[in-house]
Design a binder for this molecule. Sequence first.
Ligand code: SAH
Length: 217
Amino acid sequence: MIDDSEDATRKMQFLFALRSRGVTDQRVLSAMEKIDRGLFVRGLFAERAYEDMPLPIACGQTISQPSVVGLMTQALEVTPRDKVLEVGTGSGYQAAILSQLARRVYTVDRHRRLVREARDIFDALDLVNITAFTADGSFGLPDQAPFDRILVTAAAEDPPGPLLAQLKIGGIMVLPVGQSDAVQSLIRVRRLEQGFDYDELRPVRFVPLVEGLARDE
Ligand code: SAH
């Protein structure tokens, strides 16, 4: 059992680590203060939920490092009017952070189990502006497109064409690109009136974007 002062210290350290790694946007920091990462990490690693490290979740996947979640969210420049697509629900943590900043969040994962478990947390937290689907996110979500913002949390070798096509003009997509067994680059893509503008942000490491739905459940 953790008492209140221990809880407050832990929260302060969590926010301090985010700031010292470059997460400076106050709206992002407030969202990350409000959404308890501890709810999204189960089992053995639960007690490490407030450390700035990626951790294993079900289905052999990982919940991203908090500072990477913060930096990606910041780079996405979400506004309260935005409709956002996240590819790679995983634990649901990133979607929960986005739900604090956007009007509406759609999140998809190829693992049915991850989607089911994330939905349960969204319901428990009353995050009613998130809709989670089991789908291959490399095709985006044609029924809900176009999107103001798209965040991909699994690495592809190149930005998937359908995602570029489902981004509004003026919209922003943030995604890791590169081989799955190497260091990848986090990039930001802006859709212009004509064409796209690419901007390289930092090296990152993500699990690969895999084609098709998972068959393991
Ligand atoms: N954003 C997550 C971390 C994601 S880990 C979080 O906050 O916890 C990457 C996720 O991408 C994994 O859950 C994996 O199943 C999913 N993924 C990989 N390829 C995919 C695809 N083609 N479509 C949808 N999800 C995919």
